[in-house]
Design a protein around this ligand. Structure first.
Ligand SMILES: CCCCCCC/C=C/C(=O)SCCNC(=O)CCNC(=O)[C@H](O)C(C)(C)COP(=O)(O)OP(=O)(O)OC[C@H]1O[C@@H](n2cnc3c(N)ncnc32)[C@H](O)[C@@H]1OP(=O)(O)O
Ligand SMILES: Cc1cc2nc3c(=O)[nH]c(=O)nc-3n(C[C@H](O)[C@H](O)[C@H](O)COP(=O)(O)OP(=O)(O)OC[C@H]3O[C@@H](n4cnc5c(N)ncnc54)[C@H](O)[C@@H]3O)c2cc1C
Length: 648
């Protein structure tokens, strides 16, 4: 019963082999897409996707090997074109900041290289507007890896230690430094700048290094987020505490980490669209010699893919909610809020994105590999794009802070609440993510109580287990830290020795619990249409149980679960949910898959014509049917076996 305008927004898919599964779906994919994104966002996506598809600069070059130099040039031209499109007006951004988020992800679905290049220019221009002297003391202190710096950036935001003329060290600050001449692209005197070389992925993007030798920049170029220097060289800051200034200076990293969380989630969407459509069409073996069945019918294939599909839905919802949290944080910054709430928001958002980036980038990394293997040999064919998705996702685990290092920030935050818990002081956080700890003592007494597999089919079961897990790991991490300190270890050593199995697991359990809590609340909201709620609840339960199953050992170790049944119920519930979701799987990816041109994978096309699509692409290769240029080496200059064998 969708109004006509929705139909024109979301056209039907071409008829073909995927229809079989599409017909079996328990829900209408268009209704789901409208529920999840809304009309405005769908229109924006359509606008961006069709602009890219009809622009010759964005045409794909199947079967053509682009050199790194050419790819970088093309990426730069595409990035420039994105500025020309200017997809969003300022008014649109102000009215709905979530549109920036969607714009970035739509471009990224096409290719992350121009997207990140554009984003880095966009963020650096948009978010930052004495005679300082910038120096790199030695080559180990060189700036390395900087996006856009390799070939073309003319200005850089440089984080540097600030020393005022009185010799006082004032901590980390950021400065706007010109590195190349804007007319010639040649380096500014005193700047050594260059490209760092080929990477594992994202090779359209030029990453560079820079060293500075007494480069003078105007006084106005200090980006005075946390402090400023007067014309007389005197330092002033509204944030008195050095540590607080450090947090303020690094606060902007939270936006990058939030975006990377969403970038990784988008990679999940791409990889799963390909693998599930493939699995629904690719037939192998069967109950009888003359009947082959789609590989999606196999329990193993369902168990390998469908939990990642559930994770995609849960993380998609989480990313949007995190972006809303971030928007609130930035509104506070822009309006120069100095309240305790603003400071608390800064700490909470930092703790959240320092763990959501690891969770999502690792999930996407594992999913991309699983999807690659789930598509068998065809998954390994570069044209099907799973290798590109895997490699382009990989640095999400590293940049804007290495995942393992960032998790320590989240566990530090959680541990910082222990004194309130111990002293029974009331506490809460602005976004409520740590409020679960208010019941810490009570929750630690909880046990796994489900009596059957059916009892486990709702996400309330894994959610309760996660609450216990977070409290338990917090208690154990705190005890471990005390023990380490009591045994005479320094604070530094003690903290290091508490990471594996303790603080690291705590941070991961916390973010999984937070993602699940938000998704559980969303899917159980009475306002969700009854036509969509059953499948959404199944996704929530599957995500929760599957994530939780990786912590089974700790659930038993800490006494939350006991006996054979608990583990068995969880495992069987996962399998049962996978089975229930398999007929919905194609429709579930139809909801988020971008158009074929953007997905750019023959085996992932919406028409499901697997073999025709592959052949179509293979035959487009410019040299597919050519005799190799070195054919004479094979046919004429034949090797004389043993000719070079030593005669000694
Ligand atoms: C945009 C998306 C597209 C992709 C872009 C790709 C381009 C890539 C760009 C980059 O990679 S840019 C470089 C990014 N670099 C980093 O992210 C560095 C990572 N490292 C750090 O952030 C820090 O080393 C560390 C992890 C914070 C640890 O530093 P340190 O040990 O010195 O600090 P602490 O003692 O733990 O913290 C002090 C204090 O500050 C608080 N804090 C730290 N960071 C933040 C923050 N971002 N926001 C708010 N607060 C922060 C921290 O919690 C501590 O507070 P207290 O506990 O003392 O209250
Ligand atoms: C593709 C790409 C693009 C990038 N773009 C930019 C950019 O535009 N601008 C920019 O400034 N930077 C950029 N970077 C750099 C990036 O921010 C850093 O690589 C990242 O922050 C990790 O730091 P590192 O490389 O120094 O790793 P290291 O700190 O050397 O880490 C190496 C290993 O040691 C471990 N380790 C380190 N410290 C600890 C600890 N305390 N406890 C336990 N384990 C630890 C880490 O887990 C990691 O596995 C980019 C990186 C990549 C890969």
């Amino acid at each position: 019963n969708l109004p006509f305008s929705w139909e024109s927004l979301l056209p039907d898919f071409p008829k073909g082999p995927l229809c079989k599964y599409r017909k079996k779906a328990s829900f209408n994919w268009k209704e789901m897409a409208v529920l999840l994104d809304g009309k405005d966002i769908i229109q924006l996506k359509n606008r961006i996707f069709s602009a890219l598809e009809s622009d010759p600069l964005f045409v794909h070059h199947p079967g053509e090997e682009l050199s790194r130099e050419k790819y970088q040039e093309l990426t730069f031209l595409r990035c420039k074109r994105l500025f020309e499109y200017d997809f969003l007006t300022q008014q649109e951004i102000i009215e709905n900041p979530l549109k920036i988020f969607h714009m970035v992800l739509c471009i990224g679905m096409y290719d992350w290289s121009p997207c990140i290049q554009y984003l880095l220019h966009f963020l650096n221009c948009a978010s930052y507007l004495l005679e300082f002297i910038i120096n790199t003391p030695d080559f180990e202190a060189a700036k390395f890896w900087i996006g856009n710096m390799g070939k073309h950036a003319t200005h850089a935001v440089v984080y540097a230690q600030l020393y005022t003329p009185d010799g006082q060290y004032q901590g980390l600050h950021s400065f706007l430094v010109q590195i190349r001449d804007i007319k010639t692209l040649l380096p500014i005197p005193g700047v050594v700048v260059g490209d760092i070389g080929k990477k594992i992925g994202q090779n359209g993007l030029d990453n560079g290094f820079a060293m500075f030798h007494n480069v003078r920049i105007p006084k106005e170029n200090i980006l005075n987020i946390a402090g400023d220097v007067t014309a007389e060289g005197k330092y002033s800051s509204s944030v008195k505490d050095v540590k607080e200034r450090f947090s303020a200076a690094l606060g902007s990293l939270s936006s990058g980490r939030t975006v990377i969380t969403a970038v990784s989630m988008t990679n999940l969407k791409l990889a799963l669209s390909i693998a599930i459509r493939f699995s629904a069409v690719r037939c192998q073996f069967g109950p009888t010699d003359d009947e082959e069945i789609p590989v999606l019918e196999y329990q193993t294939q369902q168990w390998r893919l469908l939990p990642y599909l559930a994770a995609t839905y849960a993380l998609d919802y989480f990313c949007k909610s995190l972006f809303e949290n971030l928007t609130e944080f930035y509104l506070g910054l822009l309006t120069k809020q100095r309240s305790q709430r603003q400071a608390d928001i800064g700490r909470e958002i930092h703790a959240l994105c320092a763990a959501s980036k690891p969770l999502t980038s690792w999930t996407a990394q594992q999913a991309a590999q699983e999807c690659r293997e789930a598509c068998g040999g065809h998954g390994y064919l570069a044209m099907n794009r799973l290798g590109e998705i895997r490699n382009d996702n990989d640095p999400n685990c590293t940049y804007e802070g290495d995942n393992n290092v960032l998790l320590q920030q989240t566990s530090n935050y959680l541990m910082s609440w222990m004194h309130c818990i111990r002293d029974k002081v009331p506490f809460e956080s602005p976004f409520g993510t740590i409020n679960v700890l208010q019941d810490y003592h009570h929750i630690l007494d909880w046990k796994f109580t489900a009596m059957s597999v059916e009892d486990c089919m709702d996400s309330s079961v894994p959610l309760a287990a996660y609450k216990w897990l977070v409290c338990y790991l917090l208690r154990e991490s705190d005890l471990k830290l005390s023990k380490e300190k009591q045994s005479g270890r320094s604070d530094f050593e003690a903290k290091n020795n508490c990471q594996v199995y303790y603080c690291r697991s705590l941070a991961i359990a916390f973010i999984e619990q937070t993602v699940l809590q938000r998704y559980h609340d969303y899917t159980h909201d009475p306002d969700i249409p009854s036509t969509l709620q059953p499948v959404l609840k199944n996704l929530s339960a599957l995500y929760g149980l599957w994530s939780l199953s990786k912590h089974l050992a700790v659930l038993y170790q800490g006494g939350y679960a006991s006996g054979e049944q608990a583990g068995r119920f969880i495992q069987n519930a996962i399998l049962e949910l996978c089975y229930r979701l398999k007929d919905d799987a194609v429709a579930l990816v139809d909801v988020f898959a971008p158009p074929d041109f953007i997905l750019n994978s023959p085996i992932g096309k919406a028409n499901g014509e697997l073999y025709k699509n592959i052949w179509g692409e293979v035959l487009q290769g410019s040299k597919t049917l050519n005799r190799p240029s070195w054919w004479t080496e094979f046919c004429i200059n034949r090797p004389v076996a043993g000719r070079l064998k030593s005669k000694l």
